[in-house]
Design a binder for this molecule. Structure first.
Ligand code: NAD
Length: 296
């Protein structure tokens, strides 16, 4: 597969290291981004500048890693978009976190033009993208996944085929619901510890040995102890991901009351100028509500 031409659109926080890993694996990479500096950096690392979506569409497999549903819609279905430009038989792999409902309609649209689509959102953050150890949740045809597996394997270590078109995005929405509720649980527990004058470090340590043990308690609990809310995974993205989960909940008749509450709390953080902080900053908000003003 080395030397195979792969297209890549969206060289942001995640896309930049993912593209670098594709180059390291030996793929011939054609990139595009609205940010010319990001394109320049990828070209310096060995990629070719596709110059436009049409340029990138030359590739047999095109990966998109864009912020939100409207961005993917513009890149796929907008004027000069990939749906028009890609050849029949080539594959679109969208690795952005977007709406599963919109994803199903994008997949139908592309399929009708002879271009199969995989939805392949990721978990593992910037560190996972850098290390090439992302967990990739895939929706779409199994045979199409097999054709794209070497490309995905250059970026991630766990590749899970979840089901039909949109199933990868449903999986990611479930992931974000479970993660956010867990992060909020840690925020409340650490706030209760501080407000009761008990050393939160000892409480975190004790809880890590029991049923409350979790990655959120380990990593985000440590962030609370350090007062370190530098992103990480931004509040704005977590808020967007929970909005996607709530829309999928509404469309499928699934009540998600706690997710709705936490999405509002992330909205408060964003509205008060903290949208760029790490998603663990729910703990800051809970401490404020408890009247804890200084970071203890
Ligand atoms: P980002 O905002 O850093 O990067 C997005 C890139 O897309 C930018 O470089 C932007 O210029 C480019 N772009 C936007 N519209 C474009 C267009 N029309 N044409 C060409 N380029 C365009 O976002 P990110 O943090 O890399 O996240 C990308 C996706 O991955 C999001 O859906 C996010 O939710 C998801 N994700 C992010 C993380 C994380 O830790 N940041 C983790 C897991 C999943």
């Amino acid at each position: 597969m080395a030397g195979q031409l792969v297209g890549f659109v969206g060289l942001g926080v995640m896309g930049r290291p993912m593209a670098r890993n594709l180059l390291k694996a030996g793929f011939d990479l054609m990139v595009h981004d609205l940010n010319t500096a990001a394109v320049g950096e990828a070209v310096a690392a060995g990629a070719r500048d596709g110059k436009s979506l049409e340029g990138v569409a030359e590739a047999g497999i095109v990966v998109t890693m864009l912020p939100d549903t409207p961005d993917v819609e513009a890149v796929l279905l907008g004027p000069g978009g990939l749906a028009e430009a890609m050849r029949r038989g080539s594959v679109l792999v969208d690795m952005s976190t977007i709406s599963p409902i919109a994803t199903r309609s994008f997949a139908e649209h592309l399929n009708a033009r002879g271009v199969p689509m995989l939805d392949a959102p990721v978990s593992g953050g910037f560190q996972g993208a850098e290390a090439g150890t992302l967990s990739i949740m895939v929706g779409g045809e199994a045979e199409v996944l097999e054709r794209c597996r070497p490309v995905l394997a250059a970026m991630g270590t766990t590749i899970s085929h979840i089901g039909e078109a949109g199933a990868g995005q449903v999986c990611k929405a479930c992931n974000q619901v479970a993660v956010a509720i867990n992060i909020h649980a840690v925020a409340e527990a650490m706030t209760l510890a501080k407000k009761n004058g008990v050393d939160p470090a000892r409480i975190r340590q004790a809880l890590l040995g029991g049923f409350a043990q979790s990655k959120a308690l380990d990593l985000h609990g440590q962030r609370v102890l350090d007062g370190n809310y530098k992103a990480g995974f931004r509040v704005q993205l977590q808020r967007k991901d929970l909005k996607i989960a709530l829309e999928a909940g509404t469309a499928s008749g699934t009540p998600l009351p706690v997710t709705a509450l936490i999405q509002q709390l992330y909205g408060i953080l964003d509205a008060t100028g903290r949208g760029e902080l790490d998603n663990s900053s729910l703990a800051l908000l809970m401490q404020e509500l408890a009247g804890i003003t200084a970071e203890a």
